[in-house]
Design a protein around this ligand. Sequence first.
Ligand code: UD1
Length: 430
Amino acid sequence: MDRIRIVGGQKLNGSIAISGAKNAALPLMIASLLSRDTLTLHGVPRLSDVRLLMRILGNHGVDAAISGKRAGQAFDNGDTITLSARDIVDTTAPYELVAKMRASFWVLAPLVARMGEARVSLPGGCAIGTRPVDLLLMALERLGTQIEIDAGYVVAKAPKGLIGNRIHFPKVTVGGTHTALMGAVLARGESVIENAAREPEITDLADCLIKMGAKIEGAGTSTIRVEGVTSLTGAHHTVLPDRIEAGTYAMAVAMAGGDVLLEHARADLFQSALDSLTASGAEIIATNEGVRVKRNGAGLRPVHVTTEPFPGFPTDLQAQFMALMLKANGTSHIRETIFENRFMHVQELARLGAKIKLDGDLAIVEGNAALKGAPVMATDLRASVSLVIAALAAEGETMIHRVYHLDRGFEALEQKLGRCGAEIERVSER
Ligand code: UD1
């Protein structure tokens, strides 16, 4: 297992190319199941989750290939993926695969929409809480699917096809909205999705589905209308830039100091996080090429944040912002309202010298921390990158273990930070 070694104290200067969004690439890849024709996705991030999903889709009969090699890169390292689901040979998604990546549960909707049946393992718990799928199943039931749970599997049947309906979500859910959309596009008649998630990744999926021939209006708002069609075609689509990766590096620059251009980043996709960074004292400049983040000399101010569905402050940037607030010149309050138990990073940050008190969904973060490098453990994707941010400002060496969590969501992290002057390297364990 690899580790990442960081020696803190270097400023970050230069530019970082932001990759395509993991959270858009995964549902887009899954959408390939909806058509017999080829879906070509450009700008797909090179991540272990993407590779794993290719395997999972391959199991269903999807022919998946990577191309788009750049000069000097390994053959299998391109960022264009073609996916052809001409013949779906298996409608079962087994436990061994779904347990490794929760988002693979989302194959349920396109499989039942196109094939009239699917058998998908329940994903089980994960490090950030219970993460139920009741609302995803509700959406499919509203579209006429019969759902049974059998031996840890969801068995979904709609032998005569899905039927359009009104789907009202009592709580905003990204996975639920993806599921409703992918079901409704092939259902007979009209569907209305109410209290839909407004995350940019939903809009990206809808944009791609529209290119495939779907009739969708209102994606990006809380009411989405879908007029079902009988079949979808292939399409070419470029994955939108990763707002979470961009926000993470913006926080890294605010923490370490310096001046970095986040190439391809779109400020409108993470404005609430940028506003919090500005309030803390970082300088943010949106340009045609991306978003430039600067902090030279000035200290950081404490800022209170509460995580919310888009366009609010994203839960996927909560851990990173908490790391930044360790260096603010006062106490900040960070409230997590999306996931229970998403404070796993607190214990590890404490190993670096952080003083954070937890009170239910509230973290009270003491600023002016004297951070000192230490061995720490990555616990989940976003938690682990908060350790990277803290380590950039810690005195001495931090060794981060279990970096496979980072590899799930951050492409070439050590190269991207290293090129900007961070002292960071990957150490392979024998
Ligand atoms: C997606 C993102 C994840 C992000 C999250 C919230 C991907 C691959 N993952 O996860 O990075 O942190 O959105 O922005 O895109 N809930 C239910 N019942 C359900 C489904 C969800 O109660 O059936 C609850 C969840 O427990 C949570 C809330 O709804 O409290 C939001 O979860 P949801 O938006 O569905 O998250 P994911 O789609 O799993």
